[in-house]
Design a binder for this molecule. Structure first.
Ligand code: PMP
Length: 377
């Protein structure tokens, strides 16, 4: 397999559009170019990526390469499995509950986001769900406070696991560190994987769907302790068990081959950027610019995201007037600033700027925000 030689900074966008979409989202042009080439010919096999057998050598090499780079980026040891699971994050929230709750036991869920809520919805029909923290109830969206050392989390000591969503894509908050708990910890890292260093080895499992920092949607990277996934219910067919996918090296059935390859290339690109630590600094710069513009707007822009746990990936804000928000979004589009609308049910604006999003896009947004505030304030 040829290894990608990716540049170390995100390129400017194609066609002059800055895509602030929360996911699927902006991808590095070099990765898109590479995928385009491989659609014609995967690793000089004369067969395109979409047409290649999942049992063929070139695909199996791509699969192994993707696993290897994710192992390097997560830093997990041999006691962990790295699996490409079919389906996005929500599908895997369902698998999680089937594997660990259907024989009894309780799953503790920290309800800090709409995506944590989706995980709860998948688990509730299967087992007992215990809400260990409520972060969406009031006017401000928040997460547990690390300074409290777990005292603000309510969790039965005999629960099967504790689930949290590390970055709350819709709300614009994130955890600065994983929650404090003695339970096996399950993290949804769909919107922040590899955006910053994260202690994967402290988790029983992390789930991260593609579509943001990992490119293509419809496939999830699951990094899990082998003994944890082996302890799952046996009252499930193989296709529903993480451990069976692991034993089959993520080719238990026909996997989403395209998505796995794109995930592998995105992970290689991440390494070429200097990895999560280097990327974290860039993400802080981009998000910091936009959060500061909100703070310095004299109250014209405001946010429901708790200042203590603001996300460096999704900056959420609004003006307090839905008609002005709508005007903001319409005008932004005329400047090539696309997909700035907030999540349905939350509204306002949301600037999603993942690893591949260029700094220049954040600068242009900030210029526009200031100008709009002057004209409408
Ligand atoms: N978790 C988080 C944090 C997300 O941002 C999303 C998608 N926006 C999901 C889960 C759901 O992923 P999927 O649509 O792949 O099920």
């Amino acid at each position: 397999m040829t290894t990608a030689a990716f540049a170390t900074a995100p390129a400017e966008p194609r066609l002059g559009v800055y895509n602030f979409s929360a996911g699927p989202s902006h991808m590095p042009i070099e990765v898109v170019d590479r995928v385009r080439d491989e659609l014609m010919d995967l690793s000089e096999s004369g067969i395109g990526l979409l047409e290649h057998s999942h049992r063929g050598r070139q695909y199996l090499d791509a699969n192994a390469e993707a696993e290897a780079v994710i192992r390097r980026l997560t830093g997990v040891g041999d006691d962990f499995a790295v699996i490409f699971m079919p389906g996005g994050a929500t599908v895997n929230f369902g698998f999680l509950a089937l594997n660990f709750l259907q024989d009894g036991g309780t799953g503790v869920y920290l309800d800090t986001s709409i995506w944590a809520r989706k995980a709860i919805d998948e688990a509730a029909p299967i087992g007992t769900v215990h809400i260990g923290f409520e972060g969406r109830g009031g006017d401000i969206f928040t997460c547990p406070d690390p300074a409290k050392g777990g005292a603000d989390i309510d969790a039965p000591a005999d629960a099967r696991y504790l689930f949290y969503c590390a970055n709350n894509t819709g709300e614009g908050t994130w955890y600065d560190a994983p929650p404090t708990t003695d339970l096996p910890m399950i993290g949804d890292l769909t919107s922040d994987i590899f955006s910053r260093p994260w202690p994967f080895e402290r988790h029983a499992m992390t789930i991260a769907a593609g579509q943001k920092n990992l490119g293509a949607a419809g496939c999830s990277v699951v990094v899990a302790k082998r003994d944890f996934i082996e302890s799952a219910s046996t009252r499930l067919g193989p296709i529903l068990r993480f451990a069976d996918h692991e034993k089959a090296d993520s080719v238990l059935n026909t996997p989403p081959t395209f998505a796995v390859r794109v995930i592998g290339l995105m992970a290689e690109w991440t390494e070429a950027q200097g990895g999560p630590a280097a990327i974290a600094a860039r993400n802080a710069e981009k998000a910091g610019m936009v959060w500061r513009t909100v703070d310095q707007s004299g109250g014209f822009y405001r946010s429901r995201a708790d200042v203590r746990c603001r996300s460096n990936l999704n900056v959420t804000f609004h003006t307090g007037d839905a008609a002005i928000d709508a005007r903001f979004l319409a005008e932004a589009r005329t400047h090539g600033l696309e997909n700035l609308g907030g999540l349905a049910g939350i509204g306002g604006m949301r600037a999603s700027m993942y690893n591949a999003f260029p700094v220049r896009g954040a600068e242009i947004l900030v210029e526009f925000m200031r100008d709009f505030a002057t004209r409408n304030g």
